[in-house]
Design a protein around this ligand. Sequence first.
Ligand code: LFR
Length: 488
Amino acid sequence: MLATEMRSSTLYCAAVDLGATSGRVILGAWSRNRLKLTEVHRFPNAFRSLGSHDYWEVGSLWNEARVGLAKAAAALPRGARLASVGVDTWGVDSALVNDAGRLVFPVHAYRDGRTQAGLAHLAGTRAALERVYEATGIPNVFYNTSLQLAETVASCPAIGDLATRCLFLPDYFNYLLSGRMENEISIASTSQLLDVHSKGWSRPTLDHFHIPPQWFSPPILSGTRLGRLKVAGLDAPQLSRTEVIAVPGHDTACAYDAMPAAPDGSDLYISSGTWSLVGCEAAGPILGPEALAARIANERMGDGRYRPLKNVIGLWLLEGVIRDFSARPRSDREWAALIAAAAKRPTPAALLDVADPAFANPPSMKAAIDAQLKRRKLPLPGNLVAYTRLICDSLGRGHADAKAAFERMTGRVFKRILIVGGGSRNGLLCQATADAAGIPVVSFTLEGTAVGNIASQLISLRAVKDIATFRSHLGGNLNQKLYKPRKG
Ligand code: LFR
């Protein structure tokens, strides 16, 4: 047993966890192998349009992170200190900076339409598409950093002189907190620029997209200590010795780390939020024509191991459709009522094709759904309850298809599906997934992203040995719900 585990003293860590639709700062208290979480700050997030492009408001996000850290310090018991802080965010988006750390290009949001031409071009060039997939293990998706940076270089050729570093968003926030510029491996692996067989960058892929290789440094592994927290205005005594630790910068990597999984690899994971990330951990990448066709993304864990996953569109569909209804749910209770009403409706006769590219960033999600149904000569849902039912059942089918693809390609047989994230509270979605996949779904009411973020800090601080040990401690302390598959 490790020294810190023997002492009864509590270790405090903060997770800055930024999602595309909301962000939070969570204070974790680790004592006697139990983690207690307190959400000290939560705020909405959204990208904004300026002219014909979409951007993140990074200044506002940074301000919210600072407010959250001040609240975390204030929430500590008298005499306690914050040992460390870690940042995770959604994938792929990046900040271009110069040596002084100044932003030299606006931070675009990944749903910006600027990558459409590059996406179509790569899709239409079979040899290049296959070469890039075999080199990086990442399929051709509209949000890839590769396509985004290629568009930046093409539309603003002077950027090659202005920018000296490309920092992914968690890297950029780590820099603002600590003064150190690094590229962490899990977030780097979302870019379609990392070499799938090593822990370095793929030079042929950088060259293919005309991206300056000097913008990146060799990726660091999660757990790397970046130095003391150094932020003007954040000078509470509780923060005077706080370490900034590079956790898995990708929120999905954090969520996967938090899965209370069986050690034998028989669980399939879903991190369910704006996106549904369906995947597993694997000893090596899954490549080849079938993996490319199934759009398997061979992303990395914070220690460089593989977590192949399939990105299913997720609750973005439901978040989008409710905006088109004035009588939409506004509280947890109203959400629960909507889901309960939808669960009572009959199973829809036909499901949505959730891979429809029209769902990526439509002006109206309801109109995009209606257009697909009309094209397929299917009836339109009459109200929000019926849309909710259709969406949840269609996502359940999407999850099951991803499970089948993984089983085919790996030869593994999954016994359970574990769900964490916002969708774990959606009983209709969990049941639809179990029914379509034919295996039990276990949902955990768990802020998986924040838990994985804090787990990485605890391991770096040597309070916990490794992820397997953390999971075994966590498993016993969780609220879980089992959904058994029903025969269709
Ligand atoms: C989820 C997520 C997904 C990634 C998508 C876009 O928050 O990180 O894993 O594919 O956002 O970056």
